[in-house]
Design a binder for this molecule. Structure first.
Ligand code: NI
Length: 191
């Protein structure tokens, strides 16, 4: 396995809608190796997720995984390693929450993004088996962020620009308030 280069905002691949994979492509050694490399790359960068366009592959593959005590996002409830192929997200209602997000492809910047609180996600796992789950709150936000990458969308597109901050200023001025809001969201809707 290898750690891949993570592309940064400004790279055109991050703005392309990625294409779906066929069952045959998903089963190929090349794509299975790409998935292994994406997992290793996500873990090396302490991300909560990583999408294939972020490593220069315009394919509908994303990883979501939050280990306990993730140093970038200590308030996020754990998400077991999930490999999403051709994922489809369906909001279950109109409820939105403002979530303060960062992104490995937008280094140094965070901002407040409105996200659906309750959603269903359907996808193929890396073995090509159809999976479906319901996600809430911060975990729902993570899945929306990753699927956005597959549509060429970055969190800064959805953030009120007046909420953007560097990570340093986030920690000085916003972290305590946001982490309290994040804990309240997890308590009220789960993950
Ligand atoms: Ni991202």
């Amino acid at each position: 396995m290898s750690v891949l280069e993570i592309l940064e905002i400004g790279h055109p691949v991050l703005r392309e809608p990625a294409r779906e994979l066929t069952a045959e492509e998903l089963a190929s050694a090349e794509v299975q190796t790409l998935i292994d490399d994406m997992i290793e790359t996500k873990r090396a960068a302490n991300g909560a997720g990583l999408a294939a366009p972020q490593v220069g592959r315009s394919l509908r593959i994303a990883i979501a995984e939050v280990e306990p005590n993730n140093p970038r996002y200590p308030y996020k409830p754990p998400i077991p390693l999930t490999v999403l192929v051709n994922p489809v997200i369906e909001p279950l209602d109109e409820e939105l929450a403002q979530i303060n997000e960062g992104c490995l492809s937008v280094p140094g910047i965070r901002g407040e993004v409105p996200r659906h609180v309750n959603l269903a996600v359907r996808y193929l796992d890396r073995g090509g088996i159809e999976q479906g789950e319901v996600r809430h709150g911060l975990s729902a936000g993570t899945f929306q962020h990753e699927v956005d990458h597959l549509d060429g969308v970055l969190f800064v597109d959805r953030a009120d620009p007046r909420t953007l901050s560097t990570w340093e200023q986030y920690e000085r001025f916003y972290r305590d308030e946001f982490e309290a809001r994040a804990r309240a969201l997890v308590e009220s809707v789960g993950s």
